[in-house]
Design a protein around this ligand. Structure first.
Ligand SMILES: [Zn+2]
Length: 480
């Protein structure tokens, strides 16, 4: 076993060293290309949270924070990874990721905001960029594979990096230095305060992360591994925050929608213990009765207790009809009881309050699809489609709905897009080829063929001919 591991590591080292061929100063265009490549790997390899509501919430929170980051040539984007390990990280090109485990560890919006603001601090200070510049030049594709593995946990790739450092190359972006942490903290505090959260939320978030250190050994790819010095950060963050005290505390942004996001995640994980703790701590945390009713409703739904679920969720909904967490959850209980009219009534009221909300359009579409109203469902999916990054399976729903309507070329194209997005090359190719067989015009055919070429080209880039064993261990994502 040990010997086998060594052989694998050595093979990868040789491949990495072999890739030191092309001189590369990481300019802006390459940084963006690298970011896209790493993002694709993360998207193909890791499960993004299948909750459009939570995804939308985190993106929206991130957008408010990133208004206070130094101007960048790209738009910052925020994504939630479905993983219990508390972690958050950023990659070149403005992508910021947070795991569900970290969201659940936090108690208020300002704490989550402080972690995202710290990641924006790493991005603004270009820490990864600066580390990459110190490396011997690697090709973008190799860098992307290494970065993706280092940041989110592929043991084989991580070994390659460790081995690479023994072979003379430096560790690549596996963890930040303490100086980088301090710099990101300073920028993060500035962003946090400018957005309107109390600076004291930063040390309290760090305290929650640090506490885990005494509760057992952190797992791999934990925040504690990639962000050193958490305990000393609690100390200096408290000192700085105390000096800044007074500012940023009047806008009362908390609790905002944070507890609804956390409850939604706990519900998806059937974490009744977590839901009970949240309900018990509600008044201490400043959560109102609507939050508590939502938590009780989600918990009842988890038990399949529809009558209590309706009672609690309706109570929450009556006090906040525009809340995009509550309305879809209440509608979902009605759908499970095949009460489509009641489900549609709830969502159309929510939509009348926020007519452009992509999550509400998506949810409305799924109800219509389930009811069998396919052409109406399609209209709502099309309105949600611009936010497809936040809606993990919208292409799948577009595909099945178009299929029911007999539009087979479009249906297979969307299904191909869906499987390409989740990294299932075989099914993606299957659907694109089906789509070509249904295409009537040359232009349609060419459009799908170019998608196929892109897919196959990617495969070739990842597996160079001279050594087909380059990074063979990137796990593919399994289903939804
Ligand atoms: Zn950090």
């Amino acid at each position: 076993m040990v010997r086998k591991t060594l052989v694998v590591v050595l093979t990868i080292v040789l491949v990495v060293v072999g890739a030191f061929s092309q001189v590369m100063a990481l300019d802006l265009k390459e940084e963006i290309e690298l970011g896209k490549e790493v993002f694709r790997k993360i998207q193909e390899t890791y499960r993004f949270l299948n909750s459009p509501e939570v995804n939308y919430y985190v993106m929206e929170l991130g957008n408010r924070l990133s208004k206070h980051v130094a101007p960048a040539p790209y738009k910052y984007q925020f994504f939630v990874i479905d993983n219990d390990v508390p972690n958050a990280f950023t990659i070149p090109g403005g992508y910021v990721f947070v795991n569900t485990g970290l969201i659940c560890l936090m108690a208020k919006e300002g704490e989550l905001a402080s972690v995202l603001a710290h990641e924006l601090g790493h991005a603004e200070a270009r820490h990864i960029h600066r580390q990459l510049e110190q490396q011997k030049p690697l090709m973008v594709a190799s860098l992307a594979a290494i970065l993706a593995g280092a940041l989110i946990g592929n043991p084989q790739l991580a070994q390659a990096i460790t081995a690479g450092s023994m072979g003379g190359a430096q560790t690549i972006a596996l963890s930040y230095s303490r100086d980088h942490e301090r710099e990101a903290d300073q920028i993060g505090l500035r962003i946090l305060q400018a957005t309107g959260y109390p600076p004291s939320d930063a040390p309290s978030a760090m305290q929650r992360l640090a506490q885990r250190q005494w509760q057992g050994r952190p797992g791999n790819y934990d925040y504690l591994m990639s962000h050193p010095g958490v305990v000393e950060r609690v100390g200096y963050l408290s000192e700085i925050a105390a000096k800044l005290k007074g500012s940023g505390e009047n806008k009362s942004l908390d609790p905002g929608l944070f507890p609804y996001a956390k409850i939604t995640i706990l519900g998806l994980k059937n974490d009744n213990h977590g839901l009970d703790r949240l309900i018990n701590d509600a008044s201490q945390l400043g959560y109102d009765s609507s939050v508590v009713a939502f938590a009780r409703g989600v918990k009842a739904l988890g038990y399949g207790d529809f009558s209590n679920a309706v009672a609690y969720l309706d109570k929450a909904w009556q006090s906040q009809k525009g809340n995009f967490f509550i309305a879809p959850k209440l509608a979902d209980v009605f759908v499970r009881q095949r009460q489509f009219d009641r489900a549609k009534a709830v969502l159309s009221q929510a939509l009348s309050l926020s007519p452009e909300h992509p999550v509400l359009h998506y949810r409305y579409g799924t109800i219509l699809e389930e009811e069998g109203s396919f052409s109406q469902a399609l209209e709502h999916y099309e309105k949600a489609l611009p936010a497809s990054d936040l809606l993990p399976d919208i292409e799948y729903h577009m595909g099945t709905t178009l299929g029911k309507l007999g539009k087979l070329r479009e249906a297979h194209t969307y299904l191909g897009d869906y499987y390409a997005k989740i990294g299932d090359q075989r099914l993606a190719v299957f659907h694109y080829e089906k789509a070509i067989s249904f295409a009537s015009s040359q232009a349609d055919k060419e459009q799908i063929q170019s998608k196929l070429r892109k897919l196959k080209g990617k495969e070739e880039r990842e597996q160079p001919k001279e050594n087909p064993r380059t990074f063979p261990n990137i796990p593919t994502r399994r289903g939804m």
